[in-house]
Design a protein around this ligand. Sequence first.
Ligand code: RP5
Length: 152
Amino acid sequence: MKIQIIMGSSSDKPVAQKAAEILDLFGVPYDIMVASAHRTPDVLEHLVKNSDADVFIGIAGLSAALPGTIAAHTTRPVIGVPVSGKVNLDAILSIIQMPPGIPVGAVGLDRGENAALLAIQILAVHDKKLTKKLEEYRKKMREKVPAKERGP
Ligand code: RP5
């Protein structure tokens, strides 16, 4: 298992699904669990400390302490995904405003797919096959823009 996805609640599943689709496309093994920084801190600590994942993705809304708490328990890279709600800045600020010394990489609101791509890019630093797949993915993305709108 390479990527551990952790959701603060099962209500975050639609965002985790976006990450899962990308990881499936790239053939990168992952696991999805629910563990909350506030509701089940002991479960979260146990999960992080016993995981063999290379990269963590923490998905949470509201006062989203989840990615930061994952980062507090490991030196492996953590990517946070803020989940939209009635007030969207709450989760964004909770994830990006980490104190000096414990960084969390953050992607946009509900951007599970970007979290997965960033995690794959981290793994690809030492994996030529993954790098090739990333290049192919970007090439396909480029081809989706109609030629006449793309310019020369
Ligand atoms: C956060 O609170 C979760 O990550 C979720 O986004 C939000 C609401 O949780 P539920 O009330 O739906 O369980 O901790």
